[in-house]
Design a protein around this ligand. Sequence first.
Ligand code: DNO
Length: 372
Amino acid sequence: MMHMGFRWYGPGQDPVTLSQIRQIGGMEGVITALHEIPAGEPWPEDKVRERKALVEKAGLKILGLESINVHEDIKYGGKDRDRLIENYIKSLEAVGKCGIHLVCYNFMPVFDWTRTDLAMPLPDGSKAMAYDGKICEGLTATQMFDYIAKNSNGFEMPGWELNRRDEIVAEIKKFSELTPDDLRANYKYFLDAIMPTCEKYQIKMGVHPDDPSYDLFGLPRICKCEDDLVKIARMNSSPYNGFTLCTGSLGSNPANNIPKIIRNKEIGPRIHFAHVRNVKHTGDHQFHESAHISRCGSLDLYEIMKALIEMGFNGVIRPDHGREIWDEKARPGYGLYDRALGAEYLQGLEEAIRKDKGMRYPDEINTTLQEL
Ligand code: DNO
């Protein structure tokens, strides 16, 4: 059985509370992070323990961490990378000692996900995040910052923080000199260095795909499609080297057949974490996020869940970006309501698919966590 979780940013960082999350049917735990610790600095074990105690006091578990961010110098292969990798390993040791066995991260240079609208009104009165390549694909990074400053309604996308504008523009310039193969070599160097620690503490690493799944701002991006994922799987043979299957990110490119990616024998067994959501394609390099339900978007979530189940996925799953509904004010994509609806829908699909196949589907939750 999959283990349903909910992303929670942490105390003081998330308007959604642990007690609200606890009340969502079937919810086993949260996926959280020490967002206050900058990339490159080691996570202290006592802080991880403190977060764990807080979550457990609310009757939930920490199912995974999202993210322990990889410092840009590691991605770039800069002169400080060995020290930064040492710090990453210290973080892994700290979380391993606290009994946490799943870490999500990404290897996207400079920024995380990119959208051109954080609150696009949909016909039903909800608002969703949207992307339109026509708006940003011809822009320089500086122009993109100007666009964000005018259009983000005060919210920020990770990596596009307005107060880091000069630094980020310089980073983009630096990274655009790297080829995808250079970036892959730096990635392999990182994986080879951390995998012994992941094995020692049984920490499954799930790399998050690039979002959206195409090239942007002249940067090398190496986690966009099935071939990229296979290359990553081959970089280090440890079973702890794996993926966060993010359907919305991979699904931003209609050329990505997600059930086929899941069924790829080099990828499927390495899926350690699933972010499952829907997107609606509205044109070339143009989409908006939608309700999770298959018919609300362009992805067939039934086929995706079926492929996961047939590949034996028993890991942590979470609903992903929700729309802004019922006048909720929250972090873009991370409100309570629409994600809660998504969690219920995904569990409905799982129950139906499993029962249809005569597979075991426990009536009680919190009984199978030892499988993790
Ligand atoms: C978007 C998230 C990503 C993800 C990181 C992992 O909402 O799925 O920000 O957490 O890419 O490092």
